[in-house]
Structure formats: C-alpha cells, structure tokens
Design a protein around this ligand. Structure first.
Ligand code: EPZ
Length: 440
C-alpha cells in the first residue's frame, strides 16, 4: 500500500500536543531490561516504530513484552530469555540502529549474540567501530558476517578502561549496558552525557548498578553480580518538542507542548528566543509561539550535550528560511545531515552548502570534503512542492515547510516520520493543519 500526505499551507497552528517519552531513550531502557532478573515496567512510552522493532527483537529472544499503547506502559519480562534462530533475527536486518546495544546484555545472559546489520537515518556513515572496540576491551570476540555480527565472550566480560574517540551516545550506552554486571570496575573517558544517557543511568541504578559521572565526563561503573527489574517513567522527547516549537514559529501560531522539560532544552530555548520566537514555561510543559516580529538570522553550531543537539538543527533550518538575513550553520556531529535542504530549495529556500567548517567547534570533518556547513538566506517565500522524506528529522522539517508554504504540497515516505513522531498526523490536524492522508 502506498501512502502520502497532502498539505495545504498557510494556516497558523494553535493548540496543545502531548509529548511522551524520548525515542532515543525508551528503546535503550527496553534493552536494559534484559539485564534484570525480574520484570521491568516502563511508563510514558510512545507508539513509534523503534519501540515496535525492539519489542520484536526482545520477543525473538524469549522475553515477554506487553504494551498498552493508550496508557503508554510497557511491561518487559526477560525471565525466559533464549538464543533465537538467526533466520528470525535476520528479518530485522536494516530496521534500526538499536540492535547493536543488545550485545552486552545478551553476552551476559546467554554468552553469545547475533546482531543483524543495522538501519537508521542516512545522515552519515553511522559506523559502529567505537562499539566494537569497547566490546573487545571487555573481552568479547566478534566475527563479522555478511548479514550481521556474531559475538561471544569465552572468558566472560571484565571491567576495563575505555576512552571514547568521540563522545558517542550509542557507544557510551553500549559501554554502560556491558559494564554494569561485568567483573570489576570500568572507566569511560570522553563519554557522552546527553539527558537520555543520564536517564539510562537512572534506570541502571534503579536495577542495582553503581555508576558515577564526574565533571570531566568520565563515567565509572562498578560491576555488580546481578540486577533486578526496574519501574521507570521515560524523560520527555526534547527533539520532538523542538520540532513543534519550529512548527509554531513558521506558521505564526502557538503550540503548548505538554510534557516538555526546560532543563533538557535550555540551549534550544536560547536559540529559539534569539531568532525571535518566544515561550512560556509552566508545570505542564512549554508553550511556544511567534511574537509577530520579524525573525532574525543567526550563526549556529551543533555539538554534543550541553551544546545544540544535532536533531534540533533540521527543523530549525526551516525557521531560518523565514529569518531576515544570512544564517550560518556548522553541523559538527554528522557529516551528511544537510542533504534534505535540496527539497527546501525546490520550495524556494536559498541555501548554500560548504565543505568548510563555518564555525569554531573542533570538527572531525575538517578538509574531509563533506558538505557539513550551510548558509541560509532569508526570508524567502516557500511554495508547495512534491517532496520525499529522506530521514526522520528532515521528514518532520518538510512537514513544517509545507505547513508554512503557500499552496499545496505532497509528502511521500511518511513511514520514516512514524519512527519517531507518535500520532503526528492526528496531532497536526488537532492543531488546525490542513493535512490529509492519501492511501492507494
Ligand atoms: C544517537 O545516535 C541518536 N539516535 C541520534 O538521533 C542523535 O542524533 C545522536 O545520538 C547524537 O545525539 C538514537 O539514540 C537511536 P553517536 P548515535 O554514536 O548513537 C560517530 C534521531 O534523529 N560514531 O553519538 O548513532 C557517528 O558517525 C537520531 O533521533 C563513530 O564514528 O550517535 C557520528 O558522526 C539521528 N563510530 C558521531 O559519532 C561509532 O562507533 C555521533 O554518533 C559510533 C559513532
């Protein structure tokens, strides 16, 4: 079946959207449940593809998974964990990046694992060398196969000293999930400390782990003998919250994002205000709105936490097409995250990409010929167009652009958006968007 969205732009979005748990946390907490000797319960879980894919992989490994989508409650019971048929795991090849995080927990519980080749957004090569290097340092033996990797730990997993070449979120999670019941102490330097990582540490501590985070981003994990199940409420999705903020800004509307948390979004809120947006913070969330003043162009660099989250960048680009003057963005986390700007140019945006580092943040892509800096000239009138979604955050950015554009747009590939934005069509319609889903 083929689905696409038809959007008629020009209407201000007004109303409330309910934010649920962070996509980039809930799937990791689900993996952590494997380490427990008893059942875990996770609250505030959104109905998104990543949760579906990880649930399937857990069930293939003999775990019991019960999801109440309405209540957002996920029950996970790893008691009968088993090694699955490789052919069954194979069905999930290319579905997500999360399976790589199963390595440590499955090695601890089963002594072996087969991880299918990964999927995930095409915003760069997305290598897993840091993950594999970290696992080898714990004592894992890795055999690469055409459709994935086979991994064993003949002498068990021992605590070790790991230095992250780059503060990788996934590789830090890999190390946490492996170290917490490894034999001895593990120290990870240059670790990532995103709010989603800190919430995973909350979960592991609830399970019985001993984990400390030093001011210089060195994380120390003292391996314990066993862990129990957890009960936890996932932190809200700050990437989704920022997407709605930009939707309010470019449609000149007002959106109350229920559940959004200021402390995880301070850097975003500063930038949102600097370009001319405004927000009211209350106990139930954050209301984002356009003041009516002309938007202002800015220079911006993405970075690891507490810097400007790379997932916030793509929706902000659409807002910057409506700002007066020349904005400059230096994307320092992914080498190829500006591909989506071609479709915005088709709609009338004036965006030039550069291989140079247009900023001061030290960047791995210097002289590497990746177009990872952008100049956005505004403001430009956006006209509706037929667009195809390349990746998750770009997909939502296209929706924002179509909502702000004059005329009609069609958007193909919306299943990619469903990976990370729960019920986004219903939410947009409730905010007054003129949007229809066409199936044929
Ligand atoms: C997580 O990806 C998020 N995804 C991403 O969100 C997010 O943009 C990213 O962290 C940074 O915050 C999930 O949590 C599922 P990384 P991850 O490892 O863990 C390089 C979204 O839209 N690297 O921190 O894959 C890598 O190529 C997604 O929700 C290696 O070189 O990100 C990249 O340049 C997009 N080798 C940089 O590190 C490795 O082994 C950051 O990647 C691992 C990473």
């Amino acid at each position: 079946m083929f689905e696409k969205l038809v959007i008629k732009g020009g209407k201000a979005l007004q109303g409330t959207v309910k934010l649920r748990g962070a996509k980039n946390f809930v799937s990791k907490a689900m993996v952590a449940s494997i380490l427990g000797d008893s059942k875990s319960i996770l609250h505030n879980v959104p109905r998104i593809k990543d949760v579906e894919i990880v649930s399937k992989l857990l069930i293939l490994h003999g775990c019991e998974v019960t999801y109440n989508s309405k209540a957002g409650i996920l029950e996970l019971d790893p008691e009968n964990i088993l090694s699955p048929r490789i052919a069954d795991v194979d069905t999930l090849v290319g579905a997500s990046r999360i399976p790589i995080l199963f390595c440590g927990p499955l090695l601890h519980k089963l002594g072996e694992a087969f991880i299918p080749n990964l999927g995930g957004c095409k915003i760069g090569d997305r290598p897993i060398d840091f993950h594999l290097e970290s696992l080898r340092q714990f004592g894992a033996v890795i055999t690469k196969q055409t459709n994935g990797i086979k991994i064993t730990a003949p002498d068990g997993l021992k605590g070790t000293k790991i230095h992250m070449p780059y503060p990788s979120v996934g590789a830090t999670e890999q190390t946490l999930l492996t170290a917490c019941i490894a034999d001895g102490v593990t120290e990870v330097s240059n670790a990532a400390i995103e709010p989603e990582i800190m919430d995973l540490i909350n979960v592991l501590q609830k399970m019985g782990s001993i984990i400390s985070v030093a001011t210089d981003r060195v994380i120390t994990i003292e391996g314990v003998k066993n862990l129990k199940g957890f009960t936890h409420t996932a932190l809200p999705d700050r990437a989704e919250a920022a997407s709605w903020a930009n939707a309010a800004l470019v449609t000149k509307g007002k959106i109350n994002v229920q559940g959004a948390k200021q402390q995880d979004m301070i850097t975003f809120l500063n930038i949102f205000r600097k370009i001319g947006g405004e927000f009211d913070i209350n106990d139930s969330g954050i209301t984002f709105y356009c003041t009516g003043d002309k938007l202002k162009a800015i220079p911006l660099e993405t970075d690891v936490h507490p810097g400007f989250l790379t997932d916030w960048m793509q929706p902000l680009v659409v807002s910057l097409t409506q700002a007066q003057g020349l904005s400059i963005i230096h994307e320092t986390v992914y080498e190829n995250r500006f591909g989506f700007t071609q479709a915005l140019a088709k709609m009338g945006a004036k965006i030039q990409l550069y291989t140079e580092c247009l900023g001061t943040v030290p960047c791995r892509f210097k002289q590497m010929n990746y177009k990872h800096s952008a100049a956005i000239f505004g403001s430009t009138k956006l006209m509706g167009a037929d667009i195809k979604v390349p990746d998750l955050r770009a997909g939502f950015s296209y929706l924002i652009a179509a909502l702000a554009a004059q005329g009609q747009s069609t958007v193909d590939g919306i299943d990619i958006i469903e990976r990370g934005y729960e019920f986004f069509i219903d939410k947009l319609q409730a905010l007054g968007a003129d949007i229809d889903l066409i199936k044929n």
